[in-house]
Design a protein around this ligand. Structure first.
Ligand SMILES: *[C@@H]1O[C@H](CO)[C@@H](O)[C@H](O)[C@H]1NC(C)=O
Ligand SMILES: *[C@@H]1O[C@H](CO)[C@@H](O)[C@H](O)[C@H]1NC(C)=O
Ligand SMILES: *[C@@H]1O[C@H](CO)[C@@H](O)[C@H](O)[C@H]1NC(C)=O
Ligand SMILES: *[C@@H]1O[C@H](CO)[C@@H](O)[C@H](O)[C@H]1NC(C)=O
Ligand SMILES: *[C@@H]1O[C@H](CO)[C@@H](O)[C@H](O)[C@H]1NC(C)=O
Length: 364
C-alpha cells in the first residue's frame, strides 16, 4: 500500500480544454475501464513500439489536444468519450512510460492489431499480447491492493473490445499463404475463437461486463473504396463487406453463448452496421458535409494511408474543417463522428445498442 501515490491526478474535459486535477484520494466507487483492440481505440500505445503504424505527428490530434497523441483522429477517440461519460479521467495507454496507476483502468489497444497474431505481425501489439499485459496489471494490482479490493475493481470494471477489422483486411489484401489457406467462414471462426478465448481469460481475472461494436460496412471506408476491384464511382469493396457480414452474424451468437456459459456476464453491443450506414447515407442529418472522402490523405477518396506524410508517401491533402467529415484519414473517424458513436454506445436504445448500453453496464 505504501507504494501507492498520495496524490491522484486526473484530467477534466471542458469544451475547449483539458485540465489536470489532483486530489488526495481516488474517487470512491468508480467503475474502471479496460480497453483492448485496434486503432479505433488506440490512445497511443503504438508510439512506443517499432512500427510505421503510428499517428504521433501533425495533423493528428490538432482539433482537441493541439498536439499529436498517437490517436488516429483529429481529436478524441471513442474510448475517450466513454471515459468522460463515466466520469473517469482519460484512460492512458498501457505502454506510456511512468504510468503505474491502474485503478481507473488502462488501455491496451494497438493500431493495426488483429485477433490473429499473423495480422500485421511485427508491427502491432496483437490481442494475445494485449491480454498478457492485462494479466500483468491484474497481478500488480492484486499485490498492491490485496485480492479482495482488486477483485472488486475487476468485477465492477467495464471491458471494451474491438478487434477483427484488420484480420479481415489482411485476409483479403495479403497474398501470404497464412491468409489464403482457409475459407471466409473458417477465417471468421478463427477470429471469433480468439476473441472468445480472450473474453474467457478476462473473466477468469474477474471481468464481468463487456462492451463491443459490430463491424458494419468495413468495405465502404475510404481506403477500401480506393482498393475496390472494378472501381466504379462510389462502389465499396464488396468482398470486405461480405466477410464483415459473416463476422456480424457470428458475433451475437458467440456473445449469447458466452452469456449462458459464464455466470454473471453482461454485455453491450453497438450496431455500428446501422449507425455507420445512417451517417454514410444521410450525412447532413448528422451534421456532416462529406461522408465518402476522408479529411486527410491522398488518392481516390483520400483513401491512401498517407495522412501526415510519414509513411512512405510524403504528399497528402488536408481539409480545412474536420467537423465537416465523417472520416479523418483513410480508415479512421473524426472526433465529431467518434463522439456521436460513443453517445449511442453510452445511452443508445436497444435497437442500436443492446441488450445493455454502456451506461447500464457502468451503473450495474
Ligand atoms: C489466436 O490466433 C493465433 C493464430 O493466429 C494463435 O497463435 C493465438 O495463440 C490465438 N489465441 C489468442 C488468445 O489470441
Ligand atoms: C505477393 O505480394 C508481394 C508484395 O505485395 C509481391 O512482391 C509478390 O510478388 C506477391 N507474390 C505472389 C505469389 O503473388
Ligand atoms: C477509382 O475511382 C475514383 C473515383 O471515381 C478515381 O478517381 C480513381 O482514379 C480510381 N482509381 C483507380 C485505381 O482506378
Ligand atoms: C446489423 O448487425 C446485426 C448483428 O450484428 C444484425 O442482426 C442486423 O441485421 C444488421 N443490420 C443491418 C441493417 O445490417
Ligand atoms: C430506435 O428507436 C428510437 C426510439 O425508441 C428511434 O428514435 C430511433 O430512430 C430508432 N433507431 C433505429 C436505428 O431504428
Amino acid at each position: 500500500m505504501a507504494r501507492l501515490v498520495l496524490l491522484w491526478c486526473f484530467f477534466i474535459f471542458t469544451a475547449t480544454s483539458v485540465n489536470l486535477v489532483c486530489s488526495r484520494s481516488p474517487q470512491k466507487d468508480h467503475t474502471a475501464l479496460f480497453v483492448f483492440g485496434d486503432s479505433l481505440y488506440d490512445p497511443g500505445n503504438n508510439n512506443y513500439i517499432d512500427t510505421i503504424i503510428k499517428a504521433n505527428y501533425y495533423p493528428y490530434g490538432e482539433t482537441f489536444f493541439k498536439y499529436p497523441t498517437g490517436r488516429f483522429s483529429d481529436g478524441r477517440i471513442i474510448a475517450d468519450f466513454i471515459a468522460e461519460f463515466a466520469n473517469l479521467p482519460l484512460i492512458p495507454p498501457y505502454l506510456q512510460p511512468g504510468n503505474h496507476e491502474f485503478t481507473y483502468g488502462v488501455n491496451f489497444a494497438s493500431a493495426g492489431a488483429g485477433a490473429l497474431s499473423e495480422t500485421y505481425q511485427g508491427f502491432v501489439i496483437d490481442l494475445k499480447t494485449q491480454l498478457s499485459y492485462f494479466k500483468k496489471v491484474a497481478k500488480l494490482m492484486r499485490k498492491e491492493l490485496g485480492d479482495a479490493e482488486a477483485t472488486v475493481i475487476f468485477s465492477k470494471a467495464v471491458y471494451l473490445i474491438n478487434i477483427g477489422g484488420n484480420d479481415y483486411i489482411s485476409f483479403l489484401t495479403s497474398n501470404s499463404t497464412v491468409f489464403q489457406s482457409s475459407s471466409k467462414q473458417e477465417y471468421v471462426a478463427m477470429v471469433m475463437g480468439n476473441l472468445t478465448e480472450t473474453i474467457e481469460e478476462i473473466y477468469k481475472k474477474g471481468g464481468r461486463k463487456f462492451g463491443f461494436l459490430n463491424m458494419g460496412s468495413l468495405g465502404c471506408v475510404p481506403s477500401m473504396k480506393a482498393l475496390a476491384p472494378g472501381n466504379t464511382t462510389g462502389s465499396c469493396f464488396e468482398q470486405v463487406n461480405e466477410i464483415a457480414k459473416l463476422h456480424d452474424a457470428a458475433l451475437p451468437k458467440a456473445l449469447e453463448e458466452l452469456e449462458t456459459k459464464l455466470v454473471e456476464v453482461k454485455y453491450s453491443m453497438h450496431y455500428l452496421n446501422i449507425s455507420y450506414a445512417e451517417r454514410r447515407n444521410n450525412p447532413e442529418k448528422y451534421g456532416f458535409k462529406e461522408a465518402n472522402i476522408a479529411c486527410c490523405g491522398s488518392g481516390p477518396y483520400r483513401g491512401m494511408f498517407s495522412c501526415g506524410g510519414r509513411r512512405g508517401v510524403t504528399k497528402y491533402e488536408l481539409c480545412s474543417d474536420p467537423n465537416d467529415y465523417l472520416f479523418f484519414d483513410s480508415d479512421h473517424l473524426t472526433e465529431k463522428a467518434c463522439k456521436q458513436i460513443a453517445q449511442l454506445m453510452w445511452s443508445g436504445t436497444p435497437n442500436i445498442t443492446g441488450p445493455y448500453n454502456l451506461k447500464a453496464l457502468f451503473e450495474a
